[in-house]
Design a binder for this molecule. Structure first.
Ligand SMILES: [Zn+2]
Ligand SMILES: [Zn+2]
Length: 137
């Protein structure tokens, strides 16, 4: 692959914003991907990376909320089921009235806890070894 601007030079990568092939002179390594020496490509790349990070944070929070919501519902269910069982001996109807919502809460809570992450998450990106860039120059 040749550089978009220099037909005689080999490209070391493509711009993360506009997709043009870039040689070592044309590529700017932002630390978050190569871009052209262009304000627009640089800003767009930064914006894309910021958006991805913001999204990852939001999704991680949503996953945590789902788990903590599951724990909360499960606890409410258990708290309702214990007196329901105690009540059941003397007052079966009253016990059942308490046991049914208690079981629903508990089942709802456990189903939320049993589910895998609702949203995809991403770990910290692996560091790119230096020689990976050098080899193509
Ligand atoms: Zn570009
Ligand atoms: Zn070039």
């Amino acid at each position: 692959m040749q550089c978009f601007n220099h037909q005689n030079l080999a490209a070391i990568g493509v711009c993360h914003s506009c997709g043009k092939a870039l040689c070592a002179h044309c590529a700017l390594d932002t630390g978050e991907g190569l871009v052209c020496h262009s304000d627009w490509c640089e800003r767009r790349n930064a914006l894309v990376n910021q958006s991805l990070e913001a999204n990852a944070r939001i999704m991680a929070t949503a996953n945590r909320n789902m788990r903590s919501g599951g724990i909360f519902s499960g606890m409410i269910g258990v708290v309702m089921l214990i007196p329901a069982l105690l009540l059941f001996r003397h007052n079966p109807i009253g016990g059942a009235l308490l046991a049914v919502p208690g079981m629903l809460f508990a089942m709802y809570g456990f189903s939320r806890l049993a589910r895998k992450n609702l949203y995809p998450t991403i770990e910290h990106k692996p560091a790119v070894p230096e020689h990976a860039l050098e080899d193509h120059r």
